[in-house]
Design a protein around this ligand. Structure first.
Ligand SMILES: C[S@@+](CC[C@H](N)C(=O)[O-])C[C@H]1O[C@@H](n2cnc3c(N)ncnc32)[C@H](O)[C@@H]1O
Length: 530
């Protein structure tokens, strides 16, 4: 069959769109657009064709539409190139960047943009060369360290939160993957035995069977969602009704199998409040096996896997995983999945999944790593003596740093009253006994966004810059990523004896923990005044 020149088959359309947009567009992306009426599918002799004009119309209006809407909300000076929208989620969470969740992470492509040696219409100079040292005084989950390593740049990170430093160092360090796999296999086998010796598998089998039957009957897919979208069903009312019916089945089964659902909702301790007893039991079981592992580095990697597992197994609904609301120990109607869901009673499947994923990610990064130094120090960036502290951890690196000095800073400071960085990993502090230093966190959520909070924020960030300045080379560059909605950075720069020489304003589209609203960040470029 001859196909008219401006009509594409689905495969041709995906190839054409991939080239047109400069990012991968799959056959299913095109089919999705047809199915949801965004572009028209033309039937010819049993083949679906799409007009090129139709595709151009859709992609142009869609992309421009978003740019125009965002620019209206966030200002005309938004630099669209820094949205990195051409990167898929797999790339923005590549290799070790997704070893553990962390709220407040920046995307690796942003770090790369400022650390690498390219220039363009916006970035007119190169800030860091191979062999230089970059400092991140708010290291978080270690994104700067990892990207610096990929680019052959040395890096020093500092974070007040012991868990964040632990996570960053595991990401950046070399490990014996053979030993990790061996120990992990032993623990996984022991956990499987532990699980099968309990009453949980029998209970879960019955519960899953009952739940599947119930959901097929009352929430058939995709009809149920279609009826909700077209207004034929009031999801809240219907969901609440059916939730109540299933709860009876759920309660009967938990009683029949003697499943303990007791948690202490009022406890100060995170693990008493957010974990069902069977999950707690398995976490304690795995933890004591990890403690017996001989190699301390392997122990740490296994702890990180357990921490990620524990985070996924908190007693909460699927919708509230990012921001906990109330502990949930019963079955519930889940608007996210359009059916009744249930809490978890075992960590086994997450443990297995994250074990494989961790080894895969660590070995992916091994293939990219350069032979350079990176480390995260656990300390307060306002007061730390960077070279002295580094000397205790890595004397060779400390010598190099003392000799060369640090060429600059790339960092995203906490913003005033947004996140409690220790609290987001409270479970890890309790399970592993890391020391908490919440009182030394700059701009935590608990202190709010009052005038007083803003003033002390400005004073604290200035202290960090003044302290770090002592360790920087004379012609240093400081690049700070911030959503400065209160306009606190000009005075912070002034207080630190620096001036803002440039500002890059970027739209944020690819955040790992997504919320969908328009949001922008500024990358402030500061230099020393003297
Ligand atoms: C926005 S996050 C950095 C995220 C990081 N860019 C990433 O990609 O993972 C800010 C970090 O600053 C840390 N922090 C807060 N107060 C600090 C202080 N006084 N000294 C050092 N680090 C601090 C927090 O623990 C948090 O991890």
């Amino acid at each position: 069959m001859e196909i008219e020149r401006d009509l594409f088959t689905i495969k041709e359309a995906s190839e054409w769109a991939t080239e047109y947009l400069g990012k991968n567009v799959t056959n299913s992306n095109i089919m999705y657009l047809i199915q949801y009426g965004r572009i028209k599918g033309i039937k010819r002799n049993g083949t679906t064709l799409i007009s090129r004009d139709d595709l151009i119309g859709y992609y142009d209006s869609h992309q421009d539409g978003r740019k125009v809407k965002w620019k209206e909300q966030l200002g005309k000076d938004l630099n669209w190139r820094l949205s990195f929208e051409e990167f898929k989620e797999a790339e923005t969470t590549k290799h070790v960047h997704r070893l553990h969740p962390y709220k407040g992470k920046f995307i690796p492509q942003l770090v790369e943009y400022f650390l690498d040696s390219h220039t363009d219409d916006f970035k007119k100079e190169v800030y860091f060369q191979k062999g230089d040292i970059v400092l991140d005084p708010f290291c978080g989950s270690g994104t700067t360290l990892i990207q610096a390593n990929e680019l052959g740049i040395h890096a020093i990170g500092i974070d007040i939160s012991a868990f964040n430093a632990f996570m960053s160092n595991i990401k950046i360090e070399k490990h014996s993957l053979v030993d990790i796999c061996k120990e992990n296999k032993n623990i996984t086998n022991a956990l499987r035995r532990h699980y099968h010796e309990s009453n949980i598998p029998k209970f879960e089998a019955k519960l899953t069977e009952a739940l599947n039957r119930f959901n097929e009957k009352y929430f058939p897919s995709p009809d149920f969602r279609f009826q909700v979208r077209s207004g034929q069903i009031d999801q809240d009312k219907y969901g609440a009704e059916k939730e109540k019916i299933f709860l009876e089945i759920y309660t009967n089964l938990t009683e029949q199998y003697g499943i303990d659902l007791r948690i202490d909702k009022d406890s100060e301790r995170f693990i008493d409040k957010w974990y069902l007893p069977s999950i707690r039991d398995e976490i304690d079981y795995v933890l004591q096996l990890i403690e017996k592992v001989e190699n301390s580095d392997t122990r740490d990697v296994l702890k990180l896997i357990l921490s990620r597992t524990a985070r996924s197994c908190r007693a909460t609904t699927h919708a509230d995983l990012a921001t906990l609301v109330e502990p949930v120990t019963k079955s519930y109607y889940c608007a996210k999945h359009g059916k009744v869901c249930r809490p978890l009673f075992s960590i086994l499947s997450w443990w297995e999944r994250y074990s494989d994923d961790t080894v895969k990610r660590l070995s992916e990064f091994n293939r990219l790593r350069t032979d350079t130094y990176q480390v995260c120090l656990t300390d307060d960036s306002r007061t730390i003596d960077i070279f002295a502290t580094l000397k205790d951890v890595n004397p060779e690196f400390a010598n190099l740093a003392q000799e060369k000095k640090i060429q600059g800073i790339f960092s995203s400071p906490p913003y005033v009253g947004m996140i409690d960085y220790h609290e987001q990993h409270a479970y890890a502090y309790e399970f592993f006994g890391f020391e908490r230093k919440d009182h030394l966190e700059i701009g935590p959520l608990v202190k709010g966004q009052s005038k007083l909070a803003k003033d002390s924020y400005v004073a604290d960030i200035s202290k960090v810059l003044v302290n770090c300045k002592q360790f920087l080379a004379p012609d240093y560059n400081v690049l700070l990523v911030a959503n400065d909605k209160f306009g606190l950075y000009p005075v912070t720069a002034e207080n630190s004896g620096m001036s803002i020489v440039n500002q890059y304003k970027r739209p944020v589209l690819n955040r790992t923990e997504k919320d969908k609203g328009a949001y922008s960040e500024i990358i402030f470029h500061l230099k020393g005044k003297d």
